[in-house]
Ligand binder design. Structure first.
Ligand code: GTQ
Ligand code: FE2
Length: 370
């Protein structure tokens, strides 16, 4: 179709007039907005423990934990997000560290958080007056608007992974934050009260798709011990001896729902020398390697991992996991929100992906000194 010159210039000045009064024509941007499938800005990415551990140690030496700063936290910043400090479009992921006899000040916020302990001992997080002891492999919840502070009573550093729904709550313009009037919550006496009250099996065997039950409330159980998670994985594995992998979800012991209304947590155990077939799911995921070495293939790129590494699987990326030795991958996912809104989708692929590249994790030029 030929357009006469005066029509072209009429159209150009029409677009200028629209722009000048803050109107945008859909027909020029519709394909960017209504994509055939999710096109997350976040890219598959991995942060290696070998690189972040010495940087966390330097942070402990260099940066005090104070009011205002609140937390000594290194966020996993996805390079696809234009400098925003988020691991994925909906998920905050970070490494938090606390040195000997340090406390991080009490506060609360509407975004909900989970902690998965990486290393160290002697730390507890007080959640609305209940001090929850933290050991490697434990999961601790700080649900939205619950007061929380962290205290290291020990002689060594502790490192843990933080996951929050912060970018999701930010997108909903729902962020509130409040400092506690005291630096830490008043000493509360007995520790682990939620654990004593709700002790028992709070895990569910799943097919890897976490969170089928929905609950607007958070779990009343605030700490899940690794020994219980491991026991549940062993039982599930014994019941399915031929399965290459087993997945369990941490659940609300009262309703069976995800641990937080917005966030689901689980562990996927991949047996030595075995692997999973690729799957695509809506929603974003962060995995933290608890045990084992192996690799994942995400959209055709191979990501090698060892314990402590954290990696992101953006929505609708094809992902498969392969273990050298028996491997446990902790999973944080926003699945409950997609399910609640009726937009969760999953697609199993029948053949392994063709590997077209190998991810090279970033490392510091000052050679990973310990
Ligand atoms: O420990 O309270 O990684 O408020 C980000 C925000 C941790 C925390 C984070 C937080 C915290
Ligand atoms: Fe917080």
């Amino acid at each position: 179709m030929t357009v006469r010159h005066d029509e072209t210039s009429a159209l150009a000045s029409f677009y200028q007039d629209l722009d000048a009064v803050d109107l945008a024509p859909l027909w020029t941007i519709t394909e960017q907005l209504l994509t055939p499938h999710p096109q997350p800005a976040a890219v598959p990415w991995l942060w290696s423990a070998r690189t972040y551990r010495p940087l966390a140690t330097r942070a402990i030496d260099l940066v005090p934990v104070e009011r205002g700063g609140e937390r000594r936290v290194l966020s996993l910043r996805n390079p696809g997000l234009g400098g925003r400090p988020y691991a994925a479009g909906t998920l905050w992921g970070a490494i938090q560290c606390l040195g000997p006899r340090e406390s991080a000040p009490a506060h609360r916020h509407t975004p909900g958080a989970i902690r998965f302990v990486l290393s160290g001992t002697g730390v507890f997080t007080t959640v609305d007056g209940d001090p929850c002891d933290m050991h490697p492999g434990d999961l601790v919840l700080t649900p939205g608007w619950n007061w929380h502070d962290h205290t290291n009573t020990g002689d060594g550093d502790m490192l843990w992974f933080d996951g929050l729904d912060l970018p999701m709550i930010e997108a909903l313009d729902g962020v509130f934050f409040e400092p506690h009037p005291e630096f830490t919550q008043p000493a509360a006496g007995e520790h682990n009260r939620s654990e004593q009250r709700y002790a028992g099996d709070a895990h569910r065997h799943t097919d890897g798709a976490v969170s089928t039950a929905l609950d607007p409330a958070h779990s009343p159980l605030l700490v899940y011990r690794w020994a219980d998670t491991d026991a549940r994985l062993r039982r599930a594995s014994a019941a399915a001896p031929d399965a290459p992998s087993i997945a369990v979800e941490y659940t609300n012991p009262e309703s069976g729902a995800s641990v937080l209304p917005t966030l689901a947590c689980g562990v996927e155990r991949i047996l030595a020398g075995r692997g999973t077939l690729p799957v695509r799911r809506t929603g974003n995921r962060i995995h933290v390697v608890r045990d084992g070495t192996g690799h994942s293939v995400i959209d055709g790129v191979r990501f090698d991992w060892v314990p402590g590494d954290a990696f992101v699987v953006p929505s609708w990326s094809a992902v498969e996991h392969h273990a050298d030795d028996r491997s446990d991958l902790f999973t944080l996912a926003d699945t409950p929100v997609l399910r609640a809104l009726g937009i969760h989708r999953e697609q199993q692929l029948d053949t392994p992906q063709l590997v077209t590249g190998v991810f090279a994790p970033r490392s510091t030029s000052r050679k990973d000194h310990q």
